[in-house]
Design a protein around this ligand. Structure first.
Ligand code: A2P
Length: 333
Protein backbone atom coordinates (compact mmCIF):
# COMPACT_ATOMS: atom_id res chain seq x y z
CA UNK A 1 0.00 0.00 0.00
CA UNK A 2 1.25 3.48 -0.90
CA UNK A 3 2.24 5.72 1.99
CA UNK A 4 1.04 9.31 1.71
CA UNK A 5 2.61 12.66 2.56
CA UNK A 6 0.14 14.99 4.23
CA UNK A 7 0.44 18.71 4.96
CA UNK A 8 -1.66 20.52 7.54
CA UNK A 9 -1.93 24.23 6.72
CA UNK A 10 -3.00 26.38 9.66
CA UNK A 11 -1.78 23.71 12.09
CA UNK A 12 -1.61 26.17 15.00
CA UNK A 13 -5.24 27.36 14.69
CA UNK A 14 -8.35 26.13 16.45
CA UNK A 15 -9.43 23.81 13.61
CA UNK A 16 -5.80 23.01 12.70
CA UNK A 17 -5.07 21.69 16.18
CA UNK A 18 -8.19 19.54 15.98
CA UNK A 19 -6.98 18.22 12.57
CA UNK A 20 -3.94 16.95 14.46
CA UNK A 21 -6.05 15.33 17.20
CA UNK A 22 -8.33 13.60 14.67
CA UNK A 23 -5.34 12.46 12.58
CA UNK A 24 -3.86 10.90 15.73
CA UNK A 25 -7.10 8.96 16.22
CA UNK A 26 -7.44 7.53 12.70
CA UNK A 27 -4.99 5.20 11.09
CA UNK A 28 -4.00 6.70 7.74
CA UNK A 29 -1.11 5.21 5.76
CA UNK A 30 1.21 8.21 6.10
CA UNK A 31 4.93 8.54 5.38
CA UNK A 32 5.45 12.18 6.40
CA UNK A 33 3.44 15.01 7.88
CA UNK A 34 4.29 18.67 7.26
CA UNK A 35 2.79 21.23 9.63
CA UNK A 36 2.49 24.75 8.26
CA UNK A 37 1.25 28.13 9.46
CA UNK A 38 2.16 31.79 9.00
CA UNK A 39 5.55 33.40 9.61
CA UNK A 40 4.23 34.30 13.08
CA UNK A 41 4.47 30.74 14.34
CA UNK A 42 7.14 29.34 11.99
CA UNK A 43 9.86 27.61 14.03
CA UNK A 44 7.59 26.82 16.97
CA UNK A 45 7.33 23.19 18.06
CA UNK A 46 4.30 20.93 18.28
CA UNK A 47 4.12 17.39 19.63
CA UNK A 48 2.13 15.23 17.24
CA UNK A 49 1.97 11.43 16.89
CA UNK A 50 4.47 11.24 19.76
CA UNK A 51 7.06 13.22 17.78
CA UNK A 52 8.19 16.82 17.86
CA UNK A 53 7.37 18.76 14.69
CA UNK A 54 8.63 22.23 13.77
CA UNK A 55 6.00 24.50 12.20
CA UNK A 56 7.04 25.60 8.72
CA UNK A 57 6.07 28.92 7.18
CA UNK A 58 3.59 28.53 4.33
CA UNK A 59 5.16 29.97 1.16
CA UNK A 60 4.72 29.59 -2.59
CA UNK A 61 7.44 26.92 -2.48
CA UNK A 62 5.89 24.86 0.33
CA UNK A 63 4.40 22.34 -2.12
CA UNK A 64 7.55 21.80 -4.20
CA UNK A 65 8.21 18.72 -2.09
CA UNK A 66 6.30 15.49 -2.56
CA UNK A 67 2.95 16.16 -0.84
CA UNK A 68 -0.17 14.15 -1.76
CA UNK A 69 -2.87 15.76 0.39
CA UNK A 70 -3.04 19.13 2.17
CA UNK A 71 -5.64 19.91 4.82
CA UNK A 72 -6.15 23.68 4.82
CA UNK A 73 -7.68 25.74 7.63
CA UNK A 74 -5.90 29.07 7.53
CA UNK A 75 -8.66 31.44 6.43
CA UNK A 76 -10.24 32.28 3.08
CA UNK A 77 -7.54 34.53 1.66
CA UNK A 78 -4.79 31.97 2.39
CA UNK A 79 -6.86 29.28 0.63
CA UNK A 80 -7.62 31.55 -2.30
CA UNK A 81 -3.94 32.14 -2.90
CA UNK A 82 -2.29 28.87 -1.89
CA UNK A 83 -4.82 26.13 -2.78
CA UNK A 84 -4.37 26.65 -6.56
CA UNK A 85 -0.57 26.69 -6.11
CA UNK A 86 -0.72 23.38 -4.24
CA UNK A 87 -3.17 21.87 -6.77
CA UNK A 88 -0.90 22.89 -9.68
CA UNK A 89 1.83 20.82 -8.05
CA UNK A 90 -0.28 17.68 -7.87
CA UNK A 91 -1.50 18.06 -4.29
CA UNK A 92 -5.18 17.42 -3.47
CA UNK A 93 -6.24 20.24 -1.16
CA UNK A 94 -9.09 19.66 1.31
CA UNK A 95 -10.07 23.19 2.16
CA UNK A 96 -12.01 24.20 5.25
CA UNK A 97 -12.55 27.84 4.22
CA UNK A 98 -15.51 29.18 2.26
CA UNK A 99 -13.24 30.34 -0.60
CA UNK A 100 -13.93 27.46 -3.03
CA UNK A 101 -17.19 25.93 -1.82
CA UNK A 102 -19.51 27.27 -4.49
CA UNK A 103 -17.01 26.99 -7.38
CA UNK A 104 -18.63 24.62 -9.92
CA UNK A 105 -15.22 23.02 -10.51
CA UNK A 106 -14.86 22.14 -6.82
CA UNK A 107 -16.73 19.28 -5.11
CA UNK A 108 -18.31 20.13 -1.75
CA UNK A 109 -18.31 16.96 0.29
CA UNK A 110 -19.74 15.34 3.41
CA UNK A 111 -18.35 11.79 3.17
CA UNK A 112 -21.49 9.99 4.44
CA UNK A 113 -23.62 12.01 2.02
CA UNK A 114 -21.91 12.55 -1.35
CA UNK A 115 -18.58 10.66 -1.37
CA UNK A 116 -19.00 10.15 -5.13
CA UNK A 117 -18.23 13.85 -5.69
CA UNK A 118 -14.66 13.34 -4.42
CA UNK A 119 -13.85 11.52 -7.68
CA UNK A 120 -14.26 14.56 -9.96
CA UNK A 121 -11.96 16.85 -7.98
CA UNK A 122 -9.42 18.85 -9.96
CA UNK A 123 -7.06 19.34 -7.01
CA UNK A 124 -9.35 21.15 -4.56
CA UNK A 125 -12.16 19.60 -2.48
CA UNK A 126 -14.15 21.93 -0.22
CA UNK A 127 -15.27 21.13 3.30
CA UNK A 128 -18.75 22.66 3.83
CA UNK A 129 -19.70 25.22 6.47
CA UNK A 130 -19.96 23.72 9.97
CA UNK A 131 -23.69 24.32 10.32
CA UNK A 132 -24.34 22.82 6.87
CA UNK A 133 -22.29 19.66 7.51
CA UNK A 134 -24.26 18.53 10.54
CA UNK A 135 -27.60 19.18 8.83
CA UNK A 136 -26.61 17.15 5.76
CA UNK A 137 -26.24 13.84 7.57
CA UNK A 138 -29.93 13.48 8.64
CA UNK A 139 -31.27 15.35 5.60
CA UNK A 140 -29.53 13.07 3.10
CA UNK A 141 -31.19 10.00 4.65
CA UNK A 142 -34.61 11.69 4.60
CA UNK A 143 -34.21 13.17 1.10
CA UNK A 144 -33.38 9.77 -0.39
CA UNK A 145 -36.45 8.21 1.22
CA UNK A 146 -39.15 10.92 1.16
CA UNK A 147 -37.82 13.69 -1.17
CA UNK A 148 -37.50 17.01 0.62
CA UNK A 149 -39.62 19.90 -0.63
CA UNK A 150 -38.64 22.61 1.88
CA UNK A 151 -36.27 23.13 4.82
CA UNK A 152 -36.38 25.78 7.58
CA UNK A 153 -33.11 26.02 9.52
CA UNK A 154 -32.83 27.83 12.89
CA UNK A 155 -29.39 27.51 14.42
CA UNK A 156 -27.92 27.97 17.89
CA UNK A 157 -24.21 28.23 17.15
CA UNK A 158 -21.28 28.03 19.56
CA UNK A 159 -18.68 30.78 19.86
CA UNK A 160 -15.87 28.37 18.88
CA UNK A 161 -17.17 28.74 15.32
CA UNK A 162 -15.72 32.25 15.44
CA UNK A 163 -12.25 30.96 16.41
CA UNK A 164 -10.19 31.94 19.44
CA UNK A 165 -11.63 35.48 19.32
CA UNK A 166 -15.16 34.13 19.77
CA UNK A 167 -14.07 31.97 22.67
CA UNK A 168 -12.36 34.90 24.41
CA UNK A 169 -15.41 37.16 23.93
CA UNK A 170 -17.61 34.72 25.83
CA UNK A 171 -15.02 33.97 28.50
CA UNK A 172 -14.23 37.65 29.10
CA UNK A 173 -17.85 38.73 28.60
CA UNK A 174 -18.92 36.48 31.49
CA UNK A 175 -16.50 38.53 33.63
CA UNK A 176 -18.14 41.75 32.45
CA UNK A 177 -15.60 42.75 29.78
CA UNK A 178 -16.60 44.34 26.47
CA UNK A 179 -16.53 42.17 23.31
CA UNK A 180 -13.66 42.37 20.83
CA UNK A 181 -14.65 39.82 18.18
CA UNK A 182 -18.43 40.25 18.04
CA UNK A 183 -20.11 43.62 17.58
CA UNK A 184 -22.32 43.05 20.67
CA UNK A 185 -21.84 41.15 23.96
CA UNK A 186 -22.31 37.38 23.58
CA UNK A 187 -22.45 36.64 27.34
CA UNK A 188 -26.11 36.30 28.41
CA UNK A 189 -27.13 37.19 24.87
CA UNK A 190 -28.08 35.73 21.50
CA UNK A 191 -26.78 37.38 18.34
CA UNK A 192 -28.97 36.95 15.25
CA UNK A 193 -25.98 37.75 13.04
CA UNK A 194 -23.25 35.33 11.96
CA UNK A 195 -20.90 36.75 9.34
CA UNK A 196 -21.84 39.85 7.31
CA UNK A 197 -25.25 40.93 6.00
CA UNK A 198 -25.99 40.55 2.28
CA UNK A 199 -28.22 42.66 0.03
CA UNK A 200 -31.22 40.35 0.57
CA UNK A 201 -31.16 40.95 4.37
CA UNK A 202 -29.82 37.46 5.11
CA UNK A 203 -26.39 36.90 6.62
CA UNK A 204 -23.66 35.19 4.64
CA UNK A 205 -23.85 32.24 7.07
CA UNK A 206 -27.56 31.84 6.30
CA UNK A 207 -27.00 31.87 2.55
CA UNK A 208 -24.10 29.42 2.94
CA UNK A 209 -26.59 26.97 4.50
CA UNK A 210 -29.08 27.52 1.66
CA UNK A 211 -26.61 27.25 -1.23
CA UNK A 212 -24.38 24.53 0.19
CA UNK A 213 -27.37 22.30 1.03
CA UNK A 214 -28.54 22.47 -2.60
CA UNK A 215 -25.07 21.70 -3.92
CA UNK A 216 -24.41 18.75 -1.59
CA UNK A 217 -27.87 17.18 -2.03
CA UNK A 218 -27.74 17.87 -5.79
CA UNK A 219 -31.12 19.59 -5.80
CA UNK A 220 -31.19 23.20 -7.04
CA UNK A 221 -34.97 23.39 -6.61
CA UNK A 222 -35.10 22.59 -2.89
CA UNK A 223 -36.77 25.45 -1.01
CA UNK A 224 -34.62 26.45 1.95
CA UNK A 225 -34.58 29.31 4.43
CA UNK A 226 -32.34 29.88 7.44
CA UNK A 227 -31.90 32.02 10.55
CA UNK A 228 -28.48 31.55 12.12
CA UNK A 229 -27.86 32.69 15.68
CA UNK A 230 -24.73 32.84 17.84
CA UNK A 231 -25.48 31.72 21.41
CA UNK A 232 -23.40 31.84 24.61
CA UNK A 233 -22.20 28.23 24.33
CA UNK A 234 -18.48 27.47 23.96
CA UNK A 235 -18.64 24.31 21.84
CA UNK A 236 -21.08 22.45 19.56
CA UNK A 237 -23.77 23.82 17.29
CA UNK A 238 -27.45 22.96 17.85
CA UNK A 239 -30.03 23.29 15.07
CA UNK A 240 -33.79 23.13 14.82
CA UNK A 241 -34.57 21.77 11.36
CA UNK A 242 -38.10 21.79 9.99
CA UNK A 243 -38.48 19.62 6.90
CA UNK A 244 -41.39 19.24 4.49
CA UNK A 245 -41.56 16.26 2.12
CA UNK A 246 -43.20 15.49 -1.21
CA UNK A 247 -43.98 11.96 -0.01
CA UNK A 248 -45.87 10.68 3.03
CA UNK A 249 -44.02 9.02 5.86
CA UNK A 250 -44.59 6.85 8.87
CA UNK A 251 -42.90 8.37 11.93
CA UNK A 252 -41.50 5.08 13.26
CA UNK A 253 -40.12 4.24 9.84
CA UNK A 254 -38.59 7.73 9.56
CA UNK A 255 -36.86 7.25 12.91
CA UNK A 256 -35.48 3.94 11.62
CA UNK A 257 -34.21 5.65 8.45
CA UNK A 258 -32.32 8.13 10.66
CA UNK A 259 -31.02 5.38 12.95
CA UNK A 260 -29.62 3.51 9.94
CA UNK A 261 -27.75 6.54 8.57
CA UNK A 262 -23.97 6.31 8.80
CA UNK A 263 -22.44 8.90 11.13
CA UNK A 264 -25.78 9.72 12.79
CA UNK A 265 -26.86 8.81 16.33
CA UNK A 266 -30.53 9.03 17.35
CA UNK A 267 -31.03 10.29 20.93
CA UNK A 268 -34.77 10.50 21.28
CA UNK A 269 -36.41 9.32 24.49
CA UNK A 270 -38.57 12.18 25.70
CA UNK A 271 -40.03 10.17 28.58
CA UNK A 272 -36.56 10.22 30.09
CA UNK A 273 -35.63 13.72 28.86
CA UNK A 274 -33.11 12.27 26.42
CA UNK A 275 -32.26 14.42 23.40
CA UNK A 276 -29.06 15.74 21.84
CA UNK A 277 -27.25 18.43 23.83
CA UNK A 278 -24.11 20.45 23.16
CA UNK A 279 -22.46 19.30 26.40
CA UNK A 280 -22.72 15.65 25.33
CA UNK A 281 -21.66 16.16 21.69
CA UNK A 282 -18.36 17.85 22.61
CA UNK A 283 -15.36 15.86 21.40
CA UNK A 284 -17.52 13.42 19.37
CA UNK A 285 -17.23 12.79 15.65
CA UNK A 286 -20.89 11.86 15.07
CA UNK A 287 -23.99 13.97 14.47
CA UNK A 288 -26.82 13.57 17.02
CA UNK A 289 -30.55 13.87 16.27
CA UNK A 290 -33.59 13.89 18.52
CA UNK A 291 -36.96 15.59 19.26
CA UNK A 292 -38.15 13.83 16.11
CA UNK A 293 -41.81 14.73 15.71
CA UNK A 294 -44.39 15.29 13.03
CA UNK A 295 -44.97 18.90 11.97
CA UNK A 296 -48.72 18.90 12.42
CA UNK A 297 -49.15 22.16 10.49
CA UNK A 298 -48.37 20.63 7.08
CA UNK A 299 -49.35 17.51 5.15
CA UNK A 300 -45.99 15.77 5.38
CA UNK A 301 -43.34 17.34 7.57
CA UNK A 302 -41.08 16.68 10.51
CA UNK A 303 -39.15 18.66 13.14
CA UNK A 304 -35.64 17.64 14.19
CA UNK A 305 -33.10 18.83 16.77
CA UNK A 306 -29.59 18.23 15.47
CA UNK A 307 -26.37 18.73 17.46
CA UNK A 308 -22.69 18.17 16.58
CA UNK A 309 -19.23 19.32 17.60
CA UNK A 310 -18.68 22.13 15.11
CA UNK A 311 -14.88 21.90 15.28
CA UNK A 312 -14.90 18.10 14.88
CA UNK A 313 -17.66 16.90 12.48
CA UNK A 314 -18.27 20.51 11.44
CA UNK A 315 -14.65 20.97 10.36
CA UNK A 316 -11.67 18.75 11.23
CA UNK A 317 -13.34 15.32 11.34
CA UNK A 318 -15.17 15.91 8.06
CA UNK A 319 -11.92 16.98 6.32
CA UNK A 320 -9.99 13.99 7.65
CA UNK A 321 -12.85 11.67 6.56
CA UNK A 322 -12.57 13.17 3.05
CA UNK A 323 -8.82 12.38 3.10
CA UNK A 324 -9.62 8.81 4.22
CA UNK A 325 -12.11 8.33 1.34
CA UNK A 326 -9.66 9.85 -1.14
CA UNK A 327 -7.00 7.35 -0.05
CA UNK A 328 -9.51 4.46 -0.22
CA UNK A 329 -10.49 5.53 -3.75
CA UNK A 330 -6.83 5.70 -4.84
CA UNK A 331 -6.21 2.24 -3.45
CA UNK A 332 -9.21 0.79 -5.29
CA UNK A 333 -8.34 2.35 -8.68
P1 A2P B 1 -0.51 31.45 12.86
O1 A2P B 1 -0.70 30.72 14.14
O2 A2P B 1 0.92 31.43 12.43
O3 A2P B 1 -1.12 32.82 12.82
P2 A2P B 1 -7.67 30.47 13.81
O4 A2P B 1 -8.78 30.23 12.83
O5 A2P B 1 -7.83 29.67 15.08
O6 A2P B 1 -7.42 31.91 14.06
O7 A2P B 1 -6.31 29.89 13.09
C1 A2P B 1 -5.84 30.34 11.87
C2 A2P B 1 -4.69 29.47 11.39
O8 A2P B 1 -4.31 29.92 10.08
C3 A2P B 1 -3.43 29.56 12.24
O9 A2P B 1 -2.74 28.34 12.21
C4 A2P B 1 -2.65 30.64 11.50
O10 A2P B 1 -1.25 30.58 11.72
C5 A2P B 1 -2.95 30.27 10.09
N1 A2P B 1 -2.72 31.39 9.16
C6 A2P B 1 -3.33 32.61 9.17
N2 A2P B 1 -2.86 33.36 8.16
C7 A2P B 1 -1.95 32.61 7.50
C8 A2P B 1 -1.10 32.83 6.36
N3 A2P B 1 -1.11 33.97 5.70
N4 A2P B 1 -0.29 31.80 5.99
C9 A2P B 1 -0.28 30.64 6.65
N5 A2P B 1 -1.06 30.38 7.72
C10 A2P B 1 -1.87 31.35 8.14
Amino acid sequence: MKKYNIAVVGATGMVGRTFLKVLEEVNLPVENYYLMASARSAGSKVTFMGKEYVIEELTENSFDKDIDIALFSAGGSTSEKFAPIAASKGVVVIDNSSAWRMDPEVPLVVPEVNPEDIAWNKGIIANPNCSTIQAMVPLKALHDKYKIKRVVYSTYQAVSGAGMGGYMDLENGLKGEAPKKFNHPIANNCLPQIDVFLDNGYTKEEMKMVNETRKILHDDDMKITATTVRVPVFDCHSESINVEFYNDFDLDELKKVLADMEGLVVQDDIANAVYPMAVNAKGKNEVFVGRIRRDESVESGVNLWVVADNIRKGAATNAVQIAQKLIEMNENK
